[in-house]
Design a protein around this ligand. Structure first.
Ligand code: GUN
Length: 291
């Protein structure tokens, strides 16, 4: 029985950290300035707290100044909007990240529109998202799909004509992922909870990107032998007495790694790369603002 190559996100993230450090040093030499990212987190969602702390830590590691603004869950939308407007106008802040999800009752779309497009390091503002989806190479693009593509490029040289199936259609991952794979020359199928024969559509794919938020959704018999599998899922399992707890992906890793040619683990696969591209986008935004 064959065993898939494990695509290690941590190793690749360390390579990108070095690239980012070099870019920051060169911009500092030319302009005498350092990039700054401000991360805004509202409420006390425990998963968001961990993600935000990881983002702030990785920024500091590569030399991006970073600040966390932790706001009360009961803040009014108008107050949060003002915080975002002030950061958008602040010349010392080059990147703004509003951690999602927001507490119930807040309209994330309305608030994301308030981030100055040139500081929108998530690529969620409609101006950036629209120009990215229209094929612009200059737009700030969403981080997780960029990370997934970089992971895929470590094992695939030629994407032309490959069949890719993306599971999930969110604006954060699924939709922009499908667009990036199209740009590479793949034929792309997007599946979601209303799709018929999801298994068949996944089984037809040379490249599978699972971003459904459903633990162990993708089984070994959904996967064509030799396919490359990228697992975006981060699902927290509670210990129900069966000894299975902790974080698992959207893919049944043990079983699928006996069928696929390459696969990302959870944790240690896509997660570190999402933050890598946050760093890359922050430096791109900074270079654009000071240049
Ligand atoms: N919540 C989960 N993923 C993300 C992300 O990539 N960016 C932001 N801002 N919030 C998230």
């Amino acid at each position: 029985m064959t065993q898939a190559q494990i695509i290690c996100g941590k190793t690749l993230a360390a390579v990108i950290d070095e690239e980012v450090k070099e870019a920051i040093a060169s911009l500092h030499a030319s302009f005498g300035k350092t990039p700054k990212l401000t991360v805004v987190v509202v409420g006390d969602d425990p998963a968001s707290a961990i993600y935000v702390n990881n983002k702030v830590k990785r920024c500091r590691k590569v030399g991006i100044e970073s600040e966390k603004l932790a706001l009360d869950a009961n803040i009014f939308q108008a107050e949060l909007t003002q915080v975002i407007r002030d950061l958008s106008a602040d010349p010392d802040t080059h990147g703004i990240l509003l951690q999602l999800p927001l507490p119930n009752g807040m309209n994330a779309r309305e608030i994301l529109h308030e981030i100055a497009p040139e500081k929108d390091v998530d690529g969620f503002h409609p101006l950036n998202f629209g120009s990215f989806m229209a094929g612009s190479q200059d737009a700030l693009a969403p981080c997780t799909p960029q990370g997934c593509l970089r992971l895929l490029k470590t094992v695939i040289d030629d994407f032309h004509g490959k069949d890719a199936t993306v599971i999930g259609c969110s604006n954060i991952v699924g939709k922009p992922m499908a667009e990036l794979l199209l740009q590479q020359g793949c034929s792309v199928t997007s599946v979601h909870h209303l799709s018929h024969d999801i298994e068949g559509k996944v089984r037809a794919a040379d490249i599978i990107v699972a971003a459904a938020g459903s633990p162990h959704l993708v089984k070994a018999d959904w996967v064509k032998p030799g396919a490359v599998v990228i697992d975006v899922g981060i699902n927290r399992l509670r210990d129900l007495g069966d000894g299975k707890s902790g974080i698992v992906g959207d893919v049944d890793f043990e079983a699928v790694s006996k069928v696929a040619s390459a696969i990302t683990p959870v944790p240690g696969g896509v997660g570190p790369l999402t933050i890598s591209y946050l760093l890359v986008n922050t430096v791109r935004a900074f270079a654009h603002q000071i240049g």
